[in-house]
Design a protein around this ligand. Structure first.
Ligand code: HSE
Length: 431
């Protein structure tokens, strides 16, 4: 009973190799913190020849055999993607092993079934590294804030897009130019779709919402828009009203007119005031801003990607599941007892910032205002700047159902007096 706890490592890319190195370098610390040494007994990879730094006797291409090996206690999954990660995780649970994972796509797609499989086997499934890299946010939501009621969780959870938007704000560059720079510097992948189109952030939003609201939310429930349509004009218009543009993952509890609660989960670019704590998160950093009834506002900030930062979260989970294992118990999994309905985006209250090029003549402002009124949208502020016979109108609305706002924009585009709708972005965090 006093031998080392044996770990199977699935995947040895940037994160896996950092996990392996840190486990070896700090072996004494891990043994002291857990109460038993930890030993990696196998590393499953697709191409062993690509891993000359890993002791060759540890490498295997047979991941299934490794996770079901009788002497393995814990499995660390850092392969990513849906398959074979899902099958391997299920095989590990069935064989009685706890799993630590960094796999946001899999947890966001199939979290309920995976948690059920872990619970049935009496083992742990921990995945702190799946959301916002090094930042401890999932365990705070699940444990530290378990005595509070959460109303909103708003995150900048994708470093690639935050880098691109930060550069657009700093340099006045357009999206294409800023993306090219991010690719050249290695912030954006060769195929940036998952980041730029918001898929990565949507998976993370689903995981955050599930934990925050005790409600199963999958990636398919998340409304998603990416940043490729954000223009230099959007960014400069934001600056003019004291805002900055961020790709936000917004998870909120919404009370309907009938008093029933639902959750709204969305990922889209939005203007936020430069005084908001999330506005100061620049470059590739991540942050998650939490609003809770008793705690008030909290913010978690740090590195959202990279080998060592992500390995820090993986290893924190490894220590937790190893301690649970030695205690002969599994930790408490997430609860889905509230099982709130997911509110469609069309019915979710949002606010818009709209810039219009219009003819500068009597009745135009009245006609534009009427279009908002006819869609039941209340205007908060209007600013006009004149240019000869033309003018720019900048309108910020009050909150209204998103469908009413988007229908208003469609109607404005058809108005003869409106020469062009030059910028449309949602606004968050304005009082
Ligand atoms: N690609 C992600 C990002 C990191 O740009 O933040 C991993 O989720």
């Amino acid at each position: 009973m006093n031998g080392p706890l044996k770990v199977a490592l699935l995947g040895c890319g940037t994160v896996g190799s950092a996990v392996l190195r840190l486990l070896q370098d700090q072996a004494g610390e891990f043994a002291a913190r857990i109460g038993r040494p930890v030993e990696v007994v196998g590393v499953a990879v697709r191409r062993p020849q690509h891993h000359p730094d890993v002791p060759q006797h540890l490498l295997t291409t047979d991941a299934h055999a490794l996770v079901t090996r009788e002497d393995v206690d814990l499995v660390v999954e850092v392969i990513g993607g849906i398959e074979p990660a899902r099958s391997l995780m299920l095989a590990a649970f069935e064989a009685g092993k706890s799993v630590v994972s960094a796999n946001k796509a899999l947890l966001a797609e199939d979290g309920v079934a995976l948690h059920a499989a872990a619970a049935k086997a009496g083992v742990d499934l921990y995945y702190e590294a799946a959301v916002a890299g090094a930042i401890p946010i999932l365990r705070p939501l699940r444990e530290s804030l378990a005595g509070d009621q959460l109303s909103r969780v708003v995150g900048i959870v994708n470093g690639t897009t935050n880098y691109i938007l930060s550069r657009m704000a700093e340099t006045g560059a357009g999206f294409g130019e800023a993306l090219a720079e991010a690719t050249e510097l290695g912030y954006a992948e060769a195929d940036p779709t998952a980041d730029v189109d918001g898929f990565d952030a949507a998976a993370k939003a689903a995981i955050l919402a599930s934990l925050a609201f005790h409600t199963p939310v999958s990636a398919a429930d998340v409304y998603r828009e990416g940043i490729s349509t954000v223009t230099a004009t959007d960014v400069s218009r934001a600056a003019e009203i004291g805002c900055t543009v961020k790709l936000l993952a917004i998870c909120e509890r919404v009370t309907g007119e009938d008093g029933s609660d639902s959750v709204a989960v969305r990922v889209h670019p939005a203007m936020i005031p430069t005084t908001h704590p999330l506005a100061s998160v620049s470059g590739a950093f991540n942050a998650v801003f939490v609003e809770a009834v008793a705690a008030g506002q909290l913010m978690f900030y740090g590195q959202g990607a990279g080998g060592e930062p992500t390995a820090s979260a993986v290893l924190g989970d490894l220590v937790a599941v190893a301690r649970n294992r030695l205690a002969g118990a599994a930790g408490q999994g997430p609860s889905g007892y509230a099982d709130l309905a997911v509110r469609p985006m069309a019915e979710t209250p949002t606010r818009y910032h709209v810039s219009l090029d219009v003819a500068d003549k009597p009745g135009v402002l009245a006609a534009v205002a009427l279009e908002f009124a006819q869609h039941g949208v209340s205007i908060s502020t209007v600013r006009q700047t004149g240019r000869g016979d033309a003018a720019t109108l900048v309108i910020v609305t009050h909150s209204a159902p998103d469908a009413a706002l988007s229908a208003t924009i469609a109607a404005l585009r058809e108005m003869p007096a409106v020469r062009g709708v030059t910028s449309v972005l949602r606004v968050e965090g304005l009082s």
